[in-house]
Design a protein around this ligand. Structure first.
Ligand code: FUB
Length: 305
């Protein structure tokens, strides 16, 4: 029995991990991450597999290792990027952006009977618009049973998933990228919205948290959020959630666990860290009574939940 009462950031110290995506299931928090390889190819993101870690108290973590990889997806050949997992009817669905062979980015789905995998590819892309926008899926099932999959860089797009969680009807929908919705920024749409959306609901308010670019040249990503009275907008810009740091990217993952609210993010603070060698971290935070969230500082770690 461990007596640790505090876990220092980064959460994982033996490999480089990024793009944290928490999922609470039963009494356990599962954390899905990407994996930055030590050895870079072409001095760029070198990422081949997805990892899973779990905890029951935010302090003691179990490493479940590699749970899904490009080797499991016959139609993809590169860029095992930011995933998110969700449970429905006893099955677990892991949504993963990948580079489709001879094409752009597309969204793969791995399915498993257990949160810690292993995951099996459904055999074809779920979303494939033939462009580079289809990255960073975030998935949420609303109270009425409708599941939404948002994704995208530089535009935020979504589909309403069918109950099987691996198909949808109709066209991919585009969210209007307005300054009112996402703040004035320096990304391609003229707003702050960059990538890495994280979609959820709290009470009557829907939240979109994302990696964002402030105004000005060559900014690193900070985290920002928008809220909406409905799952599909209109979105209203809420402000900065975490200031930009020395790492070019950041990526939010938010959940409540055992009475506490947590923001997972990533930095380059492990020894040897860089924009291609990142590490996942976590900070506890509190919502204001009206649902707004104040800017959250990067922290040394969190205490036992
Ligand atoms: O980790 C690869 C990509 O960088 C992710 O998909 C983005 O969110 C950014 O973190």
């Amino acid at each position: 029995m461990s007596h640790k009462t505090f876990h220092k950031n980064p959460i994982v110290t033996d490999i480089y991990t990024a793009d944290p995506a928490p999922m609470v299931y039963g009494d356990t928090l599962y954390l899905y991450t990407t994996h930055d390889e030590d050895q870079l190819i072409n001095d760029f993101y070198t990422m081949f597999d997805w990892r899973c870690f779990s905890t029951k108290d935010m302090v003691n973590w179990t490493d479940h290792g590699k749970i899904f990889s490009l080797d499991d997806i016959s139609w993809a050949d590169d860029r095992a990027w930011a995933p998110q997992c969700i449970e429905r009817n006893g099955k677990f669905y892991l949504y993963c952006p990948v580079h489709k062979i001879d094409s752009g980015m597309a969204i793969a789905v791995g399915v498993s009977d257990k949160p810690e995998g292993p995951y099996k590819d459904i055999g074809h892309p779920l979303v494939d618009e033939g462009d580079w926008n289809d990255i960073d899926p975030t998935v949420f099932i609303d109270e009425d049973g409708q599941a939404y999959l948002y994704f995208g860089n530089p535009e935020l797009r979504y589909v309403k998933l069918n109950e099987d969680m691996v198909s949808y009807e109709g066209e991919v929908q585009k969210i209007p990228m307005t300054v009112e919705a996402f703040g004035k920024g320096s990304h391609e749409t003229g707003t702050t919205y960059g990538e890495g959306p994280w979609f959820y609901r709290r009470g009557d308010l829907y939240y979109m948290v994302y990696a964002a670019f402030a105004e000005g040249e060559r900014r690193n990503e900070h985290l920002a959020y928008s809220t909406s009275p409905s799952p599909t907008g209109p979105w209203t810009y809420g402000g900065v959630l975490m200031e930009e740091g020395p790492c070019f990217t950041n990526h939010p993952g938010i959940c409540d666990f055992k009475g506490h609210s947590y923001l997972f993010y990533h930095t380059d603070e492990l020894p040897g860290g860089s924009l291609f060698h990142r590490s996942v971290c976590v900070a506890e935070f509190k919502y204001n009574e009206n649902g707004t969230i104040d800017t959250i500082d990067k922290v040394d770690g969190v205490g036992r939940a």
